[in-house]
Design a protein around this ligand. Structure first.
Ligand code: FES
Length: 154
């Protein structure tokens, strides 16, 4: 199968990453941030770039649950369940998302439109509880507001 993102495209992403020190992890994160997932060929491109084996890169990429290997849904919904958000009511937000998206855990909806993820900290604790939709943060969230946001995803 022809890869949607060419090796050259991925190499360009890696070469232009913001981190001063280029590591295997920073390269994988940069690719995922840009494309939304790690296409198969990105593993080889990162391996060549870092001068390590493909197995080394697979080892790192498959260790971290944050990496995904297939395209995400049109909407990436993240719910923070870090300590501050947990105290602020993240459990109720998780519950309403699972119900509305017809999921039993984080993952993709059956139609592939929404990818739900539970995040350990979205980095804006004073705004807890926090969710994000396609990387846009929504703070001071409650079940009513979140329900409306979820209803609009189609
Ligand atoms: S714990 Fe939720 S944003 Fe930090």
């Amino acid at each position: 199968m022809l890869e949607k993102y060419t090796d050259d495209y991925i190499l360009n992403i890696i070469e232009n990453q913001h981190c001063k020190t280029h590591t295997m992890l920073s390269s994988l994160l940069t690719v995922q941030d840009d494309i939304g997932y790690l296409p198969k060929n990105s593993i080889n491109v990162v391996a060549d770039f870092m001068n390590v084996s493909t197995n080394d890169v697979w080892g790192v990429a498959s260790f971290y649950l944050n990496f995904r290997f297939d395209p995400p849904g049109k909407y990436n919904v993240e719910i923070c369940w870090g300590p501050t958000c947990h105290i602020g009511g993240a459990s109720e937000l998780q519950q309403i998302a699972l119900e509305k998206l017809n999921l039993v855990n984080q993952g993709d909806t059956e139609d592939g439109k929404v990818s739900l993820k539970f995040n350990t900290c979205l980095g804006a604790c004073p705004q807890a509880p926090l969710i994000s939709v396609n990387h846009k943060l929504h703070g001071k969230m409650d079940v009513k507001k979140f329900s409306k946001i979820l209803d609009k995803l189609n």
